[in-house]
Design a protein around this ligand. Structure first.
Ligand SMILES: *[C@@H]1O[C@H](CO)[C@@H](O)[C@H](O)[C@H]1NC(C)=O
Ligand SMILES: *[C@@H]1O[C@H](CO)[C@@H](O)[C@H](O)[C@H]1NC(C)=O
Ligand SMILES: *[C@@H]1O[C@H](CO)[C@@H](O)[C@H](O)[C@H]1NC(C)=O
Ligand SMILES: *[C@@H]1O[C@H](CO)[C@@H](O)[C@H](O)[C@H]1NC(C)=O
Ligand SMILES: *[C@@H]1O[C@H](CO)[C@@H](O)[C@H](O)[C@H]1NC(C)=O
Ligand SMILES: *[C@@H]1O[C@H](CO)[C@@H](O)[C@H](O)[C@H]1NC(C)=O
Ligand SMILES: *[C@@H]1O[C@H](CO)[C@@H](O)[C@H](O)[C@H]1NC(C)=O
Ligand SMILES: *[C@@H]1O[C@H](CO)[C@@H](O)[C@H](O)[C@H]1NC(C)=O
Length: 432
């Protein structure tokens, strides 16, 4: 079957590169090494795509790969691969993702492929990355180990030699802790993905990062991040993040995109004390599908100057605390995205459709009620004391007399309409 399809082999010859695409042909290694490679001149090939086949191993010795720059063996059944037979290869891109690699042999990633720039090891079964596995890759720019069950099996010096690395993906490697040594030497790192790991502490991060993903981690507080070049921060699905004080981001002065989608525990989101210089470059803010009930007025300047906002799917409580959003044109846009869940009379309405005077605060009443009761109590106490004062006659006689003398003027007005005056007048009479 594969012999028939060989005629439709895609061979693209440009000035200096030759691509052979043999993906999705059900090839086993025997088919390739014994039959197919005799059909064309493999030593001229620069890009060899063997994606989605059935290789269980790959050995360079069986073929001639002098000019090879890109080798894509992704989505096979690889358990091992080797670069053994030639002193040095020109290989720059190696994709062995979606395979069955459990460990990386010394004969796989070694000093024979020192020109490697891109290495994709994601979606395998690696459980260890030791300190020598990546030591030869002095020009490596892109490395992903995502979706391997490494647990805490990455040696803290595993990346120490990758001085020009710009992209590192450690998403879903089951690590609960990243030592501060990990990223120490990665001065040129610009993208780091630590998502889907059960970490609760943010490790020491390289200062030149531009893109950071901490989604689906157990981090609960984001204090003390100093990343003045960071442009994008993803904090989606943060289970343990209950409150976010934007003041914690005062040292993220280049941040353009902040997303917190699906962080269901997030109920507290504000800027306090108010600081208009927080996140000066923010272009996109997304808090879709979180646990927010209200939007603090302290966020007014952020809401006004961020062109792309997503506030959908939160349990918004539309009361007087949200009134500020319908006041100015700049915040009206935001209020159109706010679909109220409570109180009952506003359920499923857009905040922007509700007239300002209908945004009432019932809760505030209960907040003020204690104050009201306290005042009433003070008043009652005062009256009781006053009454007590009047009843302690032996001591208060002189004062009462004086007061009674004052009331004499009232008796001229209309005694019958003023009970107090009458009582006092009676008192005075009795005393005399
Ligand atoms: C490696 O191959 C997989 C699928 O076969 C692809 O999704 C991935 O983007 C490739 N990696 C790189 C670095 O190109
Ligand atoms: C790292 O692992 C490889 C392959 O498992 C092994 O050959 C090598 O000796 C290990 N290096 C160290 C320092 O343990
Ligand atoms: C994480 O990796 C494991 C394999 O180690 C895989 O089964 C799982 O689907 C991955 N999870 C995500 C969210 O990609
Ligand atoms: C870091 O990256 C920049 C931009 O890609 C590059 O110009 C510079 O040479 C790199 N630094 C090192 C030490 O490789
Ligand atoms: C990291 O790898 C995962 C799994 O392949 C992918 O979904 C994610 O987009 C990658 N992260 C970045 C920043 O490219
Ligand atoms: C921001 O950086 C300054 C100076 O390094 C530091 O004093 C301050 O505590 C940092 N702020 C936060 C929220 O980490
Ligand atoms: C994070 O939340 C989970 C439950 O969602 C809890 O078991 C765990 O202890 C929390 N971790 C931290 C560091 O708060
Ligand atoms: C607000 O928008 C309305 C309609 O788009 C417009 O007529 C009005 O001038 C705007 N007000 C301000 C202060 O920009």
């Amino acid at each position: 079957m594969w012999l028939g399809t060989i005629t439709i082999l895609v061979l693209i010859a440009t000035t200096n590169s030759k691509l052979v695409d043999l993906s999705e042909r059900g090839l086993k290694k025997e088919d390739f090494f014994m039959k197919i490679q005799t059909q064309f001149n493999l030593q001229e090939v620069t890009d060899l795509i063997l994606q989605k086949n059935e290789f269980d191993s790959f050995l360079d010795c069986s073929t001639n790969l002098v000019n090879l720059r890109t080798l894509d063996l992704s989505q096979n059944h690889l358990q091992r691969f080797f670069f053994l037979c030639k002193d040095e290869y020109n290989l720059q891109v190696l994709n062995v993702s979606h395979n069955k690699l459990e460990y990386i042999d010394n004969n796989a990633l070694n000093n024979r492929i020192p020109k490697l720039k891109i290495l994709d090891l994601s979606w395998n079964r690696l459980s260890i990355v030791n300190e020598t596995m990546l030591e030869h890759f002095k020009v490596l720019e892109y490395l992903t180990l995502a979706n391997n069950p490494i647990n805490n099996g990455i040696h803290e010096n595993a990346f120490w030699n990758l001085k020009v690395l710009r992209y590192l993906n450690l998403s879903n490697v089951s690590s609960s802790y990243f030592s501060s040594e990990f990223f120490k030497t990665l001065t040129n790192l610009s993208t780091l993905d630590l998502s889907e790991n059960p970490i609760s502490v943010i490790p020491l991060l390289p200062a030149n990062l531009e893109e950071l993903d901490l989604s689906n981690t157990h981090v609960s507080r984001l204090r003390g991040i100093y990343l003045p070049g960071l442009r994008e921060l993803r904090l989606n699905g943060m289970k343990n993040l209950t409150e976010l004080l934007l003041n914690d981001f005062e040292n993220l002065t280049s941040l353009e995109t902040l997303s917190l989608d699906g962080s269901k525990a997030l109920t507290f989101f504000k800027l306090s004390p108010f600081n208009d210089h927080i996140l000066p470059r923010l272009r996109r803010l997304s808090v879709r599908n979180c646990g927010l009930r209200t939007l603090s007025h302290s966020l007014v300047s952020i809401i006004k100057r961020t062109p792309i906002l997503n506030l959908e799917d939160n349990p918004w409580h539309c009361d007087c605390k949200m009134q500020w959003l319908s006041v100015s044109n700049a915040t009206k846009l935001a209020s159109r995205q706010i679909k109220c869940r409570t109180p009952k009379q506003h359920a499923n309405k857009q905040l922007s459709e509700i007239p300002s005077y209908e945004l009432e605060c019932e809760d505030d009443g209960s907040m003020f009620r204690p104050v009201l009761w306290a005042s009433v109590f003070v008043l009652v106490v005062a009256i009781t004391m006053a009454v007590g004062f009047f009843l302690r006659r032996p001591l208060g006689r002189w004062d009462i007399r004086r007061k009674n003398r004052d009331t004499v003027t009232y008796t001229n007005v209309d005694e019958s309409s003023n009970d107090l005056v009458r009582i006092l007048a009676v008192n005075e009479r009795n005393e005399e």
